[in-house]
Each structure stands twice: as structure tokens, then as C-alpha cells.
Design a protein around this ligand. Structure first.
Ligand code: AMP
Ligand code: MG
Length: 352
């Protein structure tokens, strides 16, 4: 009797099919893969997910002058009350700054502007411009009171840059929208900042392929579910400024871009944490990365030059890593971390 009831139930549950969606938001390709019983469910869940990403972009972008973040006060002493997504991002950013000992710093906007222009022109900023941007940046350039939601600019010209956290936040929220829409078996990839939900049908997790920073180093295959995976580095956008390499990641201690090629991949409880930590682990010495990974239960891989210790798996990396042989199902190949707006996600290297 029970067997017959179970059989009837099994026959009434429609098999899940795989659906893929891609839209451009935040200046990059956002990709959603999900399993759903039918196309209507898949489409409406994906629509809600992309709408969340767009809303985060409108709140946090430092490319649009009219985003909520760009309309924050820029003059020392001016204050405003903040709510909604921007307040959530400020909460998360201040915690992230604390957790990374300042290697993640949300108030680098004045400096990132100057260096973006330098990277475009391939010429370093003059000393006065750089100093002015330094003076407007860093811890102490703004105050955020999480209880009263009051933001105060403390230095003239202060600008927030959520570039190292916004995509992780958006990926987490998009995954939440997919779950709410009935698609818990899902993955959201915002250009290398990935939120993964429940495993695909008949699988232990999502296979995610991590390319090495250097061509002669091994690719890794992760098998993960219900977490965030993020990769930071310059593999897709290495730029020279005055003959010296200049990363899009800055050392908040100096206000100068990283010079040595570095990449960090982090697996954390969510994509927001993975995003900030991947950026911070690029900035920090390997020893500090090791203690932060242990303290925050991160699995991580550092890719550094041989002089800086080469490829270094940290904490639980070995547990989630799988051999990189071609599996039966195509693995997820994340879009290169933060590619230039023109570049495209690479196809999965293994076909079904
Ligand atoms: P990600 O690609 O996630 O590592 O983020 C890099 C982006 O975050 C850069 O393009 C800058 O806009 C911004 N950024 C650069 N350096 C830092 C830093 N040390 N802390 C916080 N944000 C940063
Ligand atoms: Mg990041």
C-alpha cells in the first residue's frame, strides 16, 4: 500500500529540466543555471533573480552618478540617513573591513577613479593627484552608524566603491529569488562571483572549474553546494602603467595597485563573504591569508608567483577539490573574474 502511494507520488512529481539564462547587468554577463519542473517556473524565477541584480546595481554602482551610493555626501561633515540596499551593503562592508584587517576597504572610490584613468591611459597619476585621492580614501574617510543608519562623510571628496562586494551580494540575493520562485537547485554567476544552491538532480554538488592564474599551474575542479565561490585577480585584465603591472585591486595601505600577479579563489558560506575575502586574500601576505581562512572557515586557493610561494591551497580546499579529469556532465566554467565589459564567458571545456 505504502509502495503504491509512493509510486503514485513519484509519477506525479514532474522531472526537473535544466535551464540556462544570461543577461548583462553590472557591466558584466550574469548567468543563471537552474533546474525546474517546467519552463514557466524557470522563466519567472530567472526574471526575479535578474531584477534583484539590477536593483543592487542601481543601489551600489560607482559607474552611474545617480546610484544611491554615488549620491551619498562627499563633503566632510555632511551626513544623511541611509536605508534599503545601500544600508545593507554598508553594514556588510564595515564587517568585511574588520574581518580582513582593512585589506577590504569600501572607501577607495577616489583612488580607484584615479587608477582606472591611469590604466586607461597607461600612465601613472601625478603625485598631487594621487595624494589628493589618498587623502579622500580609507578608514576614517566616512562614519557609518549601523544603529541610527547615519552616514557621515569625514573627508572632502570621499567616495565609496563597492566593486569588491556588490557582485557577491547580488549573486546571493539572486539565488534567494530563485529559491523563492521554487528553483532551489540553482547557480548564479556574476562574472566570477558565484552563489550555488542545492545540488543538481542526482548529483552531490555543482562542479566548478577554477582556472589557474598561470598557464603552467593546475586547474582545480570543485564540487560544492549551498555556498559562495569567488575568484579575484587580473587574469582577464592585466594592464601595464608606465611599464609596471597595475592590478585593478589596490592595497588600501598604500593606495597603489598590486604589482605582482596574484589570484585568490574562496569558498565561503555565501557569495558576499567569498567576494570580499577573494579580494582581500589578493592583497594580504600568504601567512595572514592562512589565519583569516582558518578564523572564518574559508576554503581557499592562492595563486602566486614562485617567488611568493606558488599555488597554495588553504584550509579545506582539498576536501572540496576533485580531480580535474573530464566528468560525465559539463562543469561550470565561471566567467573570468571581472572581465572587461567586452569579454565573454568561456564555454565549458568538457562537453556532455
Ligand atoms: P574584485 O574583482 O571582487 O576583487 O573587486 C575589485 C574591485 O573592487 C576593483 O575594481 C575596485 O573597484 C575595488 N577595489 C580595489 N581594491 C580594493 C580593496 N582593497 N578593497 C575593496 N575594494 C577594492
Ligand atoms: Mg571581490
Amino acid at each position: 500500500m505504502i509502495g503504491a502511494a509512493l509510486l503514485a507520488y513519484a509519477l506525479s512529481v514532474p522531472a526537473s529540466q535544466r535551464f540556462d539564462f544570461t543577461e548583462r547587468h553590472m557591466g558584466v554577463e550574469v548567468r543563471v543555471r537552474l533546474y525546474a519542473p517546467d519552463e514557466a517556473t524557470a522563466r519567472s524565477a530567472a526574471r526575479a533573480a535578474f531584477d534583484r541584480v539590477r536593483a543592487w546595481d542601481e543601489a551600489l554602482s560607482d559607474w552611474h552618478e545617480d546610484s544611491d551610493a554615488m549620491r551619498l555626501p562627499h563633503h566632510a561633515g555632511d551626513a544623511t540617513i541611509v536605508d534599503g540596499r545601500l544600508a545593507q551593503a554598508l553594514d556588510a562592508s564595515v564587517l568585511a573591513r574588520e574581518a580582513t584587517g582593512g585589506a577590504f576597504e569600501p572607501s577607495l572610490g577616489a583612488l580607484t577613479r584615479v587608477w582606472r584613468q591611469a590604466r586607461r591611459e597607461r600612465r601613472a597619476p601625478d603625485a598631487a593627484t594621487l595624494q589628493a585621492a589618498r587623502d579622500a580614501s580609507g578608514a576614517g574617510s566616512f562614519q557609518w552608524n549601523p544603529a541610527t543608519r547615519r552616514f557621515t562623510a569625514m573627508r572632502d571628496g570621499v567616495r565609496l566603491d563597492f566593486g569588491a562586494i556588490a557582485q557577491g551580494i547580488a549573486a546571493d540575493d539572486a539565488l534567494r529569488a530563485l529559491r523563492e520562485g521554487g528553483c532551489a537547485q540553482a547557480l548564479v554567476d556574476v562574472s566570477g562571483d558565484i552563489a550555488v544552491g542545492a545540488p543538481p538532480p542526482d548529483a552531490d554538488g555543482w562542479r566548478i572549474q577554477i582556472e589557474a592564474e598561470f598557464d603552467d599551474q593546475p586547474t582545480d575542479m570543485l564540487l560544492v553546494h549551498d555556498c559562495g565561490v569567488s575568484t579575484s585577480g587580473d587574469r582577464a585584465q592585466r594592464t601595464m602603467v608606465d611599464g609596471s603591472a597595475a592590478s585593478h585591486i589596490l592595497d588600501p595601505g598604500t593606495g597603489i595597485p598590486l604589482v605582482a600577479p596574484r589570484q585568490a579563489t574562496v569558498v565561503a558560506a555565501d557569495a558576499t563573504t567569498a567576494d570580499v575575502m577573494a579580494t582581500a586574500l589578493c592583497v594580504l601576505p600568504a601567512e595572514t591569508c592562512r589565519s583569516i581562512a582558518a578564523a572564518h572557515h574559508l576554503a581557499a586557493r592562492l595563486d602566486r608567483t614562485p617567488a611568493e610561494g606558488g599555488v597554495q591551497p588553504l584550509e579545506g580546499w582539498h576536501v572540496i577539490r576533485r580531480a580535474s579529469s573530464c566528468p560525465a556532465d559539463a562543469p561550470w566554467a565561471p566567467a573570468a573574474a571581472h572581465p572587461s565589459p567586452a569579454s565573454k564567458a568561456s564555454d565549458p571545456p568538457c562537453s556532455r
